[in-house]
Design a protein around this ligand. Structure first.
Ligand SMILES: [Zn+2]
Length: 287
């Protein structure tokens, strides 16, 4: 390559690099799914390479023109199914403290999360396992199994079970996400957990990391303990990425600020939604 051509090529590369860096959809794939401020940015025309540019980088051979009538092949946009599970319900109250009941807060938060996702993102379908103060069964074992079966029937990519934690001395604080150790859903579950926990941390909620827990008494056919948490265990059995988000401790003086008001609950739901979409668009590997 002649010196002049080489210089032109290098300058073009630098220019394209600067342009690409300023283009949001490539910078941040989450924006690709947002209803507002996404693809139809009029500034996009600024980043269109000319025919001459394309010649220089070898996209078209010299003299060849791009057909202006040709329809570009659209890249298919993946569709995602998200199931949100408000933990407990009916006679299962979950934790309760200072007049607040976990089952009610979980339902409120799940509704806020569903609304936020549907308002801000396209190409997603969101379901909730319950929309009233009713569990899926009076029997706890059956109730938990049914929540995961509901997600499997909907062909869910992920099942996010929302909970709030509590401790005996009310001193523990922060968030954790319970995940399965089973290889078919472990890696995706861990990444989903990391995304959600990182977003909750932006509100000031302590990140206690993902949690793996073995059953105390139940083992598989190889003598290896199964997952302790039924949602995770059934998730693995049904090939659904199923995680339990313990968003904070509802009985802790520090954490109570995150659930005290509707505005606080909305802020939490917003960060959880961003974390979920970050996982789906950046890290999710469909099995
Ligand atoms: Zn709970």
């Amino acid at each position: 390559m002649k010196k002049q051509s080489l210089m032109a090529f290098l300058l073009l590369c630098a220019a394209l690099c600067v342009c690409a860096c300023g283009k949001k959809p490539k910078d941040n794939e989450i924006d690709y799914y947002k209803k507002v401020g996404s693809y139809d940015d009029p500034d996009d025309s600024l980043y269109q390479a000319s025919d001459k540019d394309l010649e220089l980088i070898g996209e078209v051979t010299p003299g060849e023109k791009k057909d202006p009538t040709a329809t570009p092949t659209p890249t298919p946009i993946p569709e995602y199914v998200i199931v949100i599970d408000p933990g407990h319900g009916g006679s299962q109250v979950g934790s309760s403290y200072d007049g607040r009941e976990e089952k009610k807060l979980n339902l409120q938060r799940a509704t806020l999360l569903k609304n936020y996702l549907e308002t801000h993102y396209d190409h997603i379908t969101v379901y909730m396992t319950r929309t009233t103060d009713e569990g899926l069964s009076k029997d706890l074992t059956e109730d938990l199994r049914k929540r995961v079966e509901f997600a499997a029937e909907k062909h869910a990519d992920i099942l996010v079970s929302l909970h709030l934690n509590a401790s005996d001395n009310h001193k523990k604080n922060g968030a954790t996400v319970c995940i399965s150790k089973q290889p078919n859903i472990h890696d995706n579950s861990e990444k989903l957990a990391t995304c959600i926990l990182s977003r909750l941390a932006t509100l000031g909620i302590k990140n206690n990391g993902p949690l793996l827990r073995d059953s105390n008494d139940t083992k598989d056919e190889n003598g290896v303990p199964v997952d302790y948490y039924a949602i995770c265990r059934h998730g693995a059995a049904n090939n659904v990425i199923a995680v339990i988000v313990e968003s904070c401790h509802m009985d802790n003086a520090t954490d109570i600020e995150f659930i005290k008001t509707e505005a606080a609950l909305s802020a939490m739901a917003e960060q959880e939604a961003i974390g979920i979409m970050e996982f789906l668009t950046k890290y999710y590997v469909r099995q």
